[in-house]
Design a protein around this ligand. Structure first.
Ligand SMILES: [Zn+2]
Length: 299
């Protein structure tokens, strides 16, 4: 190599280095702490993990297992976990409450973690006494909350994540719907400015309509955040269903609450509510929307 060639060579290497450093600096400066950190592949894996526990019916082994697992996941993400242990209609209730500090919550995000004890909507009548796997009805909401626990910046407004027990055994002798969230509202004296419930939001064909009983102001904000992020197809700006869900006890107590639910789920309360009906893309749409909406409250 001639002297001249060496100098050209060095100049080239130098320019390349500067270019690489420049690109690295630019990507660093462009990084927004409040977006795109929700990892839906992790959330989807959490759906699968929950289903491997078996049915999460109150009193079952799967129910005890999921409680231990949620605690571990939340604590390793830096959240403090408290259990509200009480009883309704003779059934023990365990609501799992996660917080990051001692401030009162401005926002509560909630999802039920129990699963329905019978698949009474199954098209095959011989399967109607079997439990549901609850991949969408149970696991999807829990998965989104757990991934939010990992990805929510810790400078956000104070948020509690509440995993409600005993939501899903209505229309069964000796039970009712939403026992866990009723117990929470009756016994835990908090006045959050907003409560958002996620339930059945993992359907691969995700269609979340405006739920009719939900607080209109907060509902509008969330749908507009979703639209801005490009999730207008999943968050449909039309009213459809009127639900009794874990938001109901909050609304009855005068606390603004919203239910995010896709109630057009053909496998609802059947043995076919399995992880293959859930998609990471749907979990991403809901996770991104909630993460960004929370950070909008924070600014
Ligand atoms: Zn259900």
């Amino acid at each position: 190599m001639t002297k001249r060639a060496v100098s050209i060579y060095l100049t080239l290497i130098g320019s390349l280095l500067i270019l690489v450093l420049g690109l690295y600096a630019a990507s660093f400066l462009n990084r927004k702490p409040d977006s795109a950190s929700f990892d839906s592949s992790h959330a989807y894996a959490d759906v699968q993990t929950q289903v491997t526990f078996g049915a999460r019916i109150p009193g079952s082994q799967g129910h005890a297992q999921i409680r231990e697992w949620m605690r571990t996941e939340l604590e390793s993400a830096g959240w403090m976990v408290e259990i509200q242990q009480t009883e309704r209609m003779g059934h023990p209730i365990y609501n799992i409450i996660a917080k990051r500090n001692t401030e009162p919550p401005q926002i509560i995000l909630g999802a039920h973690y129990d699963t329905r004890m019978i698949a009474d909507n199954d098209p095959d009548t011989t399967k109607r006494n079997e439990p549901v796997a609850g991949a969408n009805d149970g696991a999807s909401g829990v998965a989104v909350l757990l991934e939010l626990a990992r990805s929510l910046p810790d400078n956000s407004v104070p948020v509690w994540l509440v995993f409600f027990d005993a939501e899903d055994n209505g229309r069964i002798e000796g039970w009712d719907w939403i026992l866990g969230s009723r117990a929470f509202v009756e016994e835990i004296p908090v006045q959050p400015q907003a409560v958002i419930i996620v339930d059945m939001i993992g359907d691969a064909d995700l269609n979340i309509y405006l739920e009719q009983n939900s607080n209109v102001t907060i509902r509008t904000e969330i749908w507009s955040t979703a639209e801005k992020l490009g999730y207008g197809k999943q968050f449909i700006n039309q009213e459809k269903f009127s639900m009794e869900d874990d938001h109901t006890p909050f609304l009855e107590a005068g606390i603004p609450a919203v239910d995010l639910i896709d109630f057009d789920y053909p496998y609802w309360h059947t043995t076919q509510d399995t992880p293959d009906k859930v998609s990471a893309e749907s979990l991403q749409a809901v996770g991104d929307t909630l993460l960004n909406w929370i950070m909008e409250q924070t600014k």
